[in-house]
Ligand binder design. Structure first.
Ligand SMILES: [Zn+2]
Length: 388
């Protein structure tokens, strides 16, 4: 299982200057390659390398490996862009967004990530330093730091390339680690997780993780964004971009915390985790939402929470299952009666037949759990013996 570990670099002022010169040169080179690729239509690895390899090395003072990485980075960027366009993520081919994305070459920020392989970057774990290629020659004894847990993973499992990035004047290496995957424990039972808008996650145990802080924060951000958008200046645009990054980071932080907690409960109690398949959730909530709320739904981090849960579960050897989401909000877990009127309001569930009542999100979580119970029994049931 792949895992990324980020360590912070502690360069001296001279080392920082050399890192900056190196990263900026790599990204200037990448922007140049991208514009040639755009003009000539050559966007494959071999073609671009043949065309530009000597040029990159001479003009930008890059050595062989970094030059190859720069070309790969550009090829990857165009591949991603094409895939996004094809998947409709840039809107219709006639939209302003689509046209502006496709009508100019890809460009790279000066501090954008640059991959370094083992030939250009070596790690001295005991000294907690790296030695790294720079445009001014090999830099030795560059110190790094990180949390104890991260360093432990890094030192035991680092494999392959690491990315050098500059963020907010600070320097980081993002290393890829390859961890052995634990066997999945046979679950004794399941925790059903209902994902929602007010409660980001509610479990069949009745525990809910509220997104209220997040919602308030997002509303505040939306207001600020509107103010900034009115201004339309360059600095306002920059501030806007920074704000949306911060907003996303906050949502990511919450999702990390929630998924970590749910997985740790599952591990402690020997249970698996079940969630609803996603498209269903979106449809279900869309129906319930007011028109003015719908816009926020597509950006709501359901997907991310699901990914975090799946990923952390795998890491912990906890079984993870996605179940059919149909009617999980309307079905009575006691008598099975399914009717829209079972859920008179967003928050409350009350069965019209047997009068079972409770918080609606918890009931949905229980339904998800019950579905996982039967789905798992079905999956693990021995195949029927075929008659001889
Ligand atoms: Zn009932």
């Amino acid at each position: 299982m792949k895992l990324v570990v980020q360590v912070k670099l502690l360069p001296t002022p001279e080392q920082a200057a050399a890192l900056e010169a190196t990263l900026h040169a790599c990204n200037r080179a990448a922007t140049h390659v991208a514009s040639v690729a755009f003009d000539t239509g050559v966007k494959d690895r071999n073609g671009l390398q043949k065309l530009l390899y000597a040029d990159i090395k001479a003009t930008f003072a890059l050595s062989a490996q970094p030059a190859v990485r720069v070309v790969n980075k550009v090829v990857d960027a165009y591949t991603t862009l094409t895939a996004q366009a094809r998947a409709g993520l840039l809107g219709k081919a006639t939209s302003k967004r689509y046209r502006s994305a496709m009508s100019s070459p890809v460009s790279f920020r000066p501090g954008a990530a640059q991959p370094f392989d083992d030939r250009c970057l070596s790690w001295q774990q005991d000294a907690r330093t790296v030695s790294i290629w720079t445009v001014g020659g090999r830099m030795k004894a560059l110190r790094y730091t990180g949390s104890a847990g991260q360093l432990k993973v890094l030192h035991a499992h680092r494999k392959g390339e690491s990315d050098l990035v500059q963020r907010g004047g600070k320097w980081f290496l993002i290393a890829t680690c390859d961890l052995p995957e634990p066997d999945v424990m046979e679950p004794a039972d399941w925790i059903g997780v209902d994902r929602g808008i007010v409660n980001l996650a509610t479990t069949s145990d009745g525990v809910n993780y509220q997104g209220r802080g997040l919602r308030r924060y997002r509303n505040w951000c939306a207001r600020k964004r509107a103010e900034l958008q009115k201004k339309q200046t360059r600095s306002a645009t920059r501030r806007l971009a920074r704000r949306s990054t911060r907003e996303q980071r906050h949502a990511t932080h919450l999702n990390h915390r929630i998924s970590k907690e749910i997985v740790s409960v599952a591990q402690r109690t020997g249970r698996g985790i079940a969630v609803e398949e996603l498209d269903g959730i979106r449809d279900r909530d869309r129906v319930r939402l007011r028109r003015d709320q719908r816009g926020t739904l597509s950006s709501w981090p359901f997907h991310q929470l699901g990914r975090h849960l799946a990923y952390k579960a795998r890491q912990a050897g906890v079984a993870f299952l996605e179940v059919d989401p149909a009617y999980t909000s309307q079905r009575c877990p006691r008598c099975g009666h399914t009717e829209k009127a079972n859920r008179p309001t967003r928050d409350h569930f009350r069965c019209r037949r047997c009068a079972l009542a409770g918080p609606a999100d918890t009931v949905a979580g229980v339904n998800v759990r019950d579905r996982a119970r039967s789905a798992w029994a079905f999956v693990t049931m021995p195949a029927p013996a075929t008659p001889a």
